[in-house]
Design a binder for this molecule. Sequence first.
Ligand SMILES: Cc1cc2nc3c(=O)[nH]c(=O)nc-3n(C[C@H](O)[C@H](O)[C@H](O)COP(=O)(O)OP(=O)(O)OC[C@H]3O[C@@H](n4cnc5c(N)ncnc54)[C@H](O)[C@@H]3O)c2cc1C
Length: 301
Amino acid sequence: MNEVVDQAASHHTPDTRTEPPSPIETDALIIGAGPVGLFQVFELGLLEIKAHVIDSLPVVGGQCVELYPDKPIYDIPAVPVCTGQQLADNLLRQIEPFGATFHLGQEVQIVERLPDRRFFVRTSKGTEFISKTIFIAAGVGSFQPRSLKVAGIDKYHGRQLFYRVRDPELFRDKDLVICGGGDSALDWALNLVDIAQSVTLLHRRDEFRAAPASVAKMRALCEELRMQCLVGQVSGFEDNHEALRRIKVTGGDGVTRTLELDHLLVFFGLSPQLGPIAQWGLEIERKQLVFRSADSRTKSL
Ligand SMILES: Cc1cc2nc3c(=O)[nH]c(=O)nc-3n(C[C@H](O)[C@H](O)[C@H](O)COP(=O)(O)OP(=O)(O)OC[C@H]3O[C@@H](n4cnc5c(N)ncnc54)[C@H](O)[C@@H]3O)c2cc1C
């Protein structure tokens, strides 16, 4: 198993490895590094086939790691109890001898049939593959950030509206509003408080899903006036057609106030989207394109 996978599984680090020259030619390409995709590596390995595995998440483990890493699971044969993260870690150990190559943090966006009946695949990072077979182990789909439902605000996505933080330096000396009440919102609020000019955390209620230690730290920072926390929801915005200037925030009291800002960071969690995979299922004959799901014969959960 390569180093990237070990790091990704245990420390949730993004895949920063330089991809080999494209297109990568392979016998087997697995879309999805959830439990089903990981066990598919095992099955192929028994046939002495080495697989390449793609996942849009920066870590392996699919829903188990993304949605419930610490929740106990009781229905794995011969494993009385394990957490979601432990299941992924155990699967990684189980497939270690089979030398799969992982391409994480990239979504499969194009699948085309070539004249020689192989498949051409391209990901959101531009990595290209030519594969004899494709195994779709995409579960409920590729996890995408839940967006802010405010008409017209999307045009600032990537400029002033962000659902992910790739480079914290972008926010240096800026006035930030961070929306959300989970771990991502709190973690980034606490991280950016020393970088940004101001940080306002905005959540629809005064209760948070984030780790209690993070919530306590956030409340202490508010007490010290180093950041502020508001209860309310974004209900609109004001711009000058080139830049987002203010957002409108409607509080629990029904009053709408305006808030000046440079950047709006939104962490409303992730939702799965099957996207183009559903379409390929209809378009491509299933002879060489194999769907695997948690309910199929290869059931691993
Ligand atoms: C809160 C919760 C608790 C659960 N508890 C249990 C339990 O106790 N016991 C149990 O048996 N089951 C449980 N489940 C269900 C279980 O997690 C799923 O059945 C299982 O994860 C399905 O595995 P999978 O590999 O098919 O799909 P997933 O785990 O969904 O993995 C699919 C992967 O494919 C990737 N992907 C999809 N499309 C693309 C694309 N186009 N490009 C790149 N990557 C893509 C996704 O990012 C994802 O990582 C639970 C589910 C939830 C949400």
